[in-house]
Design a protein around this ligand. Structure first.
Ligand code: SF4
Ligand code: SF4
Length: 371
């Protein structure tokens, strides 16, 4: 089977047809207008909202300055309707080699209010869409939840810990770090692909605790880490200053030159290098971004961006003749192509959306050359 053609056409038609039979006409109308049906994915994939708002109120969190509330409620579409919205989004590639789906970037998926919803949604995304799914969380997960999650092959879970001593100050209503470590141990016992999410690390704090954090995570049999930089804007800094003047002062030397409502990364290259070095010394696999943990969990390989190649798995099974056939299917007369280890060259002018599609499904960078 030519998977480039399959995922472009039949797979989407069949998936939408199946999902449309699972939801009412009213839900279908609402889903077609939902933001998941039109948003373009970010480099880490499409952020999928399992809820609206978050009560954990981490003082570095960006969602409150985006207008999300400090309480949580389930996302207003049923899991099937939300999957329908995603499947109808032409910017999203469906299937095993499709767009990464990331749950938990603007809410807590496993909060008691949304946990059942998220579990059901993961099931629908995994079983029907088939895309790689990743969940970031700080919530407590027990044996029953872990057992349920263990049936989703390729699921990637990112567990956030950025400090132990300061956790109560910076993540005032999130579960204690001890409970998160306990959850990581439980998930790991069930063979679930869990990665420590050290994002956002806080300079002046995290580097002094890094050995302790890594040792404790290691004791749960997890030896993978994603390290991410804090991004700030005026609202986030106001929040940090009002909760802890001491923390604000620690951050001051690292702040970007300009502070307004736009989010900017703080200047912490040296601290990040130190954290990465300690992680490597302690035997951790360090991922350059969240999606690289997802690609490894799916046992795939990816060189779509400058961080690649990522993942110890294999590239999708696509030959040069498959690519030529797909391009003909899209209306391009016999073009020369070459599929190399980590990239693809197409000799001809190709529409950008088609290049993006080829990149995603082949998991490789695509260059076009005119001759
Ligand atoms: S748990 Fe995540 S979404 Fe909730 S407040 Fe903390 S950083 Fe924000
Ligand atoms: S190359 Fe790595 S970081 Fe880049 S998109 Fe692929 S998995 Fe993500």
């Amino acid at each position: 089977m030519n998977i480039l053609i399959h995922y472009y056409s039949d797979y989407r038609v069949k998936t939408l047809d199946y999902l449309s039979r699972k939801i009412s006409k009213d839900e279908l109308r609402v889903a077609s207008r939902d933001s998941h049906s039109r948003r373009r994915p970010r480099p880490c994939g499409l952020t999928v909202h399992t809820g609206i708002g978050c009560p954990y109120q981490c003082i570095y969190c960006y969602i409150y300055s985006m207008g999300f509330p400090r309480v949580i409620r389930k996302y207003p579409l049923s899991p099937y309707a939300l999957a329908y919205a995603i499947a109808s989004n032409k910017n999203i590639v469906l299937g095993r080699y499709g767009t990464f789906l990331a749950l938990g970037s603007v809410t807590e998926p496993f909060h008691p209010v949304t946990k059942d919803y998220s579990m059901e949604l993961i099931k629908v995304l995994h079983d029907i869409l088939g895309n790689p799914v990743q969940v970031s969380t700080k919530a407590y997960i027990d044996y029953g939840d872990a057992k349920n999650l263990s049936r989703f092959d390729g699921l990637s879970i990112l567990y956030t810990i950025v400090s132990i001593k300061w956790a109560k100050t910076i993540e005032p209503y999130a579960p204690p770090v001890e409970k998160r470590l306990e959850s990581m141990g439980i998930l790991s016992r069930y063979g679930i692909y869990v990665t420590l999410f050290l994002r956002p690390f806080i300079p002046g704090i995290t580097e002094y605790e890094i050995d302790d954090i890594l040792d404790r995570v290691s004791s749960t049999n997890i030896d993978r880490i994603v390290v991410g930089t804090l991004r700030v804007n005026k609202s986030i800094l106001d929040s940090i200053r009002s909760h802890s003047r001491e923390l604000y002062n620690l951050l001051k030397p690292y702040l970007p030159n300009r502070i307004d409502e736009r989010q900017r990364a703080i200047k912490t290259a040296e601290v990040k290098r130190f954290i990465v070095k300690r992680a490597i010394e302690k035997g951790f696999k360090v991922y350059p971004s969240a999606c690289s943990a997802s690609i490894d969990a799916s046992r795939q390989r990816c060189s779509m961006c400058r961080f690649g190649p990522c993942g110890d798995g294999s590239y999708p099974p696509i030959s040069e003749s498959d690519l030529v056939e797909f391009l003909e299917f899209m209306g391009y007369k016999k073009l020369d192509v070459s599929i190399n280890e980590d990239d693809i060259v197409i000799y001809g002018r190709i529409d950008k959306n088609i290049i993006d599609y080829i990149k995603t499904v082949t998991r490789r960078d695509v260059k076009t050359v005119l001759r």
